[in-house]
Ligand binder design. Structure first.
Ligand code: SIN
Length: 527
């Protein structure tokens, strides 16, 4: 039995779901055009997004660089199943957008090699030093500057601590039978206020998904734990096209420590010369790639995985101190401080590391303007699949993609803006709450997540086989019956909403991996 209660309806020209670089860029560019924007953000503050935690930096052009070289590096990392038009767009627009938005407008204090020269870092898969960075905390500086700027616009309204539950679509959520005769269209979202536990209807003629990725469905991840792919799940239920979900990129180096929960050791550490070694001190990347420790991420990850098996070890070592020609504390202050907290002094000893789920190269299929296959729905950033990354993303291109597509989404909406909604909002279904007031038992949620995460790590992780994937499918499908029932009967709770999203995303990855027998980039089959 379900009941209806008063439901707040909140209107805007654009609803943006997610608060990382893609959402923030869309908001800024659309706000300048005078559009009213609601931003729904799951976390209580700005630090909930992957963008905030990005260490390495953002791709620009180095001194001896050439657009053609960057293009080739992106295609090579992506195993040439990238969308060439999207790669060209990123290469053409990237540096211009960085200069205009980040350097001129937000005044991000990118590191300099001399007072009038920017410092360019190197990362795996790049043939040139071309990555702008602010020490090793680039994302924090960019996102903090963005929100300072966004708060100057009275037409941007922030809804922190709000969890998107489902996209509102017509005809699906319409009570008007005539709406079946019109093309499906998105007009906002049902959103849970995490504090009041009330579901609000956010209504807008344009909705932008900028919810980030889904590393949180894996046992080991560099992402914040709350990054569970809500955007993919909502888009799938709304009927938008989703592609390439099997291409889950694993970052080769996260800190191996019981309490560190996937703390990233930036690829730029290897860019400054660090080398991977087995626990008994042997380098090994020369066996696997001519690019050695700076090979693309998928290659380095699988090499580490293989060496861990060969040496029967749970981790390998990343040795910076023996090779670095830099002031380690100055170049990597954040990594230095964090490792020290866990008892590892990176100026004196190698860092124990393991791979961790890091980035989803697939997602909601969008065109060069960020339009999805569902009218009224745009996507930008990691949740979107523009095709830039193909089967494996080149390091430090994700902030850039969010910036470029965030700009284009805002531009497209502003240039084509029509305020009409596809149906009268009074015809949209109210949210029905279950009558059950009994609080959710956290042990159930904890155990369900443990099952999802270990299943994904062991059966749909770095190395995949038909048998493992089939086992993942069966176990996750079984769990889905229980979680769907749990969701329908329990009082509204952000934890359950996320569990339902995350389980669907785990299934999406698993089904995509089953359907693709070919090893390419981050999807590696061993059967
Ligand atoms: C890193 O610093 O290694 C992460 C950068 C990225 O994922 O592009």
């Amino acid at each position: 039995m379900k009941t209806k209660s008063f439901q707040e309806e909140i209107y805007s020209d654009i609803l943006i779901i997610g608060g990382g670089i893609a959402g923030a860029t869309t908001a800024l560019e659309a706000a300048r055009q005078g559009l009213e924007i609601n931003m729904v953000i799951k976390s209580a503050g700005v630090e909930g997004s992957n963008s905030y935690w990005a260490q390495g930096g953002i791709v620009s052009f180095g001194d001896d660089d050439d657009p053609e070289l960057l293009r080739e590096d992106i295609l090579q990392a992506g195993d040439r199943i990238n969308n060439p038009a999207a790669v060209d767009l990123l290469v053409q627009e990237g540096k211009k957008t960085v200069d205009r938005l980040l350097i001129k407008e937000l005044k991000i204090p990118f590191a300099r090699s001399s007072p009038d020269k920017l410092d360019y870092a190197l990362e795996g898969g790049h043939s040139r030093r071309r990555i702008l960075h602010v020490e090793d905390a680039t994302g924090q500086r960019i996102i903090t500057a963005f929100y300072k700027r966004l708060r100057q616009f009275p037409n941007i309204h922030f809804y922190f601590d709000h969890t998107a539950v489902d996209l509102l679509t017509v005809p699906h959520h319409s009570r008007n039978p005539l709406s079946y005769y019109r093309p499906p269209r998105c007009l906002g979202a049902y959103v849970l206020d995490n504090k009041s536990r009330q579901v609000k209807k956010f209504i807008a003629p344009y909705t932008v998904l900028a919810t980030g990725g889904c590393g949180g469905v894996y046992q080991f991840t560099s992402n914040p734990r709350t990054t569970i792919g809500s955007g993919y799940a909502m888009a799938l239920r709304a009927g938008a096209r989703i592609v390439n979900m099997e291409y889950i990129q694993f970052h080769p180096t996260s800190l191996y420590h019981r309490d560190a929960d996937g703390f990233l050791i930036s690829e730029s550490v290897r860019g400054e010369g660090a080398r991977l070694k087995t626990r008994d001190g042997r380098t090994f990347m020369e066996k696997y790639s001519p690019q050695k420790d700076l090979a693309p991420r998928d290659v380095v990850t699988r090499s580490i995985y293989q060496e861990m098996i060969n040496t029967n070890s749970n981790y390998v070592l990343l040795d910076l101190v023996s090779y670095a020609r830099i002031d380690i504390k100055k170049r990597f202050p954040y990594i230095y401080r964090t490792c020290l907290k866990y008892g590892i002094d990176i100026t004196k000893e190698p860092i124990p590391v393991v791979p961790a789920a890091h980035f989803c190269c697939g997602g909601v299929l969008v065109d060069l303007w960020g339009r999805s296959s569902l009218k009224g729905l745009y996507a930008a950033g990691e949740v979107a699949c523009t095709g830039v990354h193909g089967a494996n993303r080149l390091a430090s291109t994700s902030l850039l993609e969010g910036l470029v597509w965030g700009t284009r989404v805002a531009q497209h909406i502003a240039e084509n803006f029509r305020p009409e909604l596809p149906c009268n909002p009074s015809q949209i279904h109210p949210w029905y709450y279950p009558k059950n007031e009994e609080p959710v038992d956290p042990a159930l949620i904890h155990q369900d997540w443990a099952t999802i995460r270990s299943t994904m790590w062991n059966y749909a992780g770095i190395i995949r086989t038909s048998k493992r994937l089939e086992r993942a499918r069966a176990d996750l499908e079984y769990l889905k019956h229980r979680v769907d029932k749990f969701y329908q009967e329990a009082p509204m709770d952000p934890e359950i909403v996320d569990l339902r999203h995350g389980l669907l995303v785990a299934l999406m990855i698993t089904y995509a991996a089953i359907a693709n027998p070919e090893s390419r980039g981050a999807h590696f089959r061993q059967d």
